[in-house]
Design a protein around this ligand. Structure first.
Ligand code: ADP
Ligand code: ASP
Ligand code: MG
Length: 420
């Protein structure tokens, strides 16, 4: 029997009517002759509520109990989806992660898949079950504890099941009708793309476009899963939505395909550090040990003999990291200073920044993208604080209050409203 994976995000299962609407889409695929694995998220807002309850109960919470609590939203929707399908005479049953079992690492709240033995579910399909409903976002650690995969992790559950069961396609149903040139909630000029290359989607996701969890795109690339994003609120068919696929399936690659933003950024600067071999390692070593995900880095040019108390070469070092890791970063740097590992005059934290990135595989063979980007931002009088580039993306850090303006300006500059 051909098999499809269909994933429904939080807004698509937000109440009983929406679950019914999603179940009708599943039923239609069963009628077309597919066995279906359905992955569900928690009802929208539920996971945030659960996280809030954990934080109120225990500020320095035990990560294992955090996962036990925040994974529970998906248990409810999985059961309700199976019941709704049964009411429609579609043979269905639900599985929580541990029942499959979805084996993961024990990195609580950021667990990774280890294995998904298919036997249990395949046996039920062989008995005539048509739909397996799986609670997304969760798994089981080697210690027998419940794990979660990080926010947005149901996307990754869906791709992992598509890979494990050799699904014909993995359809991600959400509250927009595909992947756009930028977040359609930020720019009314955003255009839906028919196709986007895996690598571009990977960059967009890791740079803030939350339409797909980054890890889900990584897995889709690794296992060559045909991945599609489409609307759960509209009538859809095989041609709906956006296909995430190999570059070879895209006729013409644009220089810039999309713009991503991330508002959860912070910038930290260490002033007047020594400029000598080993200083970067002395700064970023302790940060890494403290689990801080450093993103962009700039080091100023050296200044010689700054004053009598700073003989020799000195410089400043700036880096960005997620805003919720600032406290941890500050402590790691202050501890390193206290232990004499590093020396700085001042540590300044700026939490009012956002990162804007332009992404496109065409950048590999086109010069001038950075110049055009900087020109467009300068025309709006937006100051760039930090820049970083890779083969197919350019990112800048700017004041957060200019975030929407910057996205619009770049969308115009690269004429993305002409994309399709
Ligand atoms: P779900 O609950 O279905 O997983 P998410 O909220 O995680 O949905 O992801 C869908 C959201 O992603 C959209 O509502 C949209 O605001 C946002 N988004 C960000 N960037 C893009 C983009 N380039 N294309 C489409 N949606 C995007
Ligand atoms: N419910 C989880 C979250 O809100 C997982 C998901 O929806 O993908 O992050
Ligand atoms: Mg999501």
């Amino acid at each position: 029997m051909p098999l499809l994976v269909m994933k429904f995000g939080g807004t698509s299962v937000a109440d009983l009517d929406r679950i019914k609407n999603a179940a009708l889409k599943v039923k239609r695929e069963v009628e077309r002759g597919y066995d279906v694995i359905v992955i569900v998220s928690a009802m929208s807002g539920k996971t945030n509520e659960l996280v809030g309850w954990v934080e109120q109960t225990s500020p320095l919470f035990d990560a294992r109990e955090y996962d036990a609590v925040v994974s529970s939203g998906e248990n409810v929707t999985a059961g309700l989806m199976a019941l709704t399908l049964q009411e429609m005479d579609v043979p269905a049953r639900s599985w929580q992660g541990w029942q499959v079992p979805i084996n993961t690492t024990s990195a609580h709240s950021a667990a990774r898949f280890v294995s998904i033995p298919p036997d249990n579910i395949e046996a039920k399909f062989a008995e005539g079950m048509k739909v397996a409903v799986i609670a997304g976002f969760q798994g089981l650690s080697p210690e027998g504890r419940i794990t979660t995969l990080g926010r947005g992790g149901s996307d990754t559950t869906a791709v992992a099941f598509a890979a494990a069961f050799g699904a014909e396609r993995c359809d991600i149903y959400t509250d927009v009708d595909g992947i756009y040139t930028t977040d359609p909630r930020i720019s009314s000029k955003a255009r839906k793309l028919d196709r986007i290359a895996f690598e571009e989607m990977l960059e967009l996701a890791s740079l803030g476009a939350k339409v797909l969890q980054t890890r889900s795109v990584e897995l889709a690339i690794r296992y060559n899963v045909r991945l599609r994003v489409l609307s759960s609120f509209e009538d859809t068919d095989e041609t709906s939505g956006t296909l995430v696929c190999g570059e070879d399936e895209i006729m013409e690659s644009k220089v810039v395909s999309g713009i991503a933003y991330s508002r959860d950024e912070a910038k930290i600067t260490l002033f007047t550090i020594e400029d000598r071999p080993g200083v970067a390692s002395a700064i970023f070593g302790p940060l890494s040990e403290a689990g801080v995900n450093v993103d962009m880095i700039v080091q100023n040019i050296s200044e010689k003999d700054y004053d009598e108390s700073h003989p020799g070469a000195v410089t400043d070092m700036t880096f960005s990291c997620p805003i919720n890791q600032v406290a941890r970063a500050k402590k790691a740097l202050e501890d390193a200073m206290g232990a004499g590992i590093i020396k700085y005059d001042d540590l300044i934290i700026d939490t009012d920044v956002a990162k804007i990135s332009v992404v496109g595989i065409g950048m590999r063979s086109h010069a001038g993208v950075a110049a055009k980007m900087f020109q467009a931002l300068s025309a709006e009088n937006i100051n760039i604080k930090v820049i970083s580039t890779s083969e197919i993306k350019i990112s800048v850090l700017i004041d957060r209050k200019y975030m929407e303006l910057a996205v619009q300006a770049l969308h115009d500059a690269f004429e993305l409203e002409k994309s399709a």
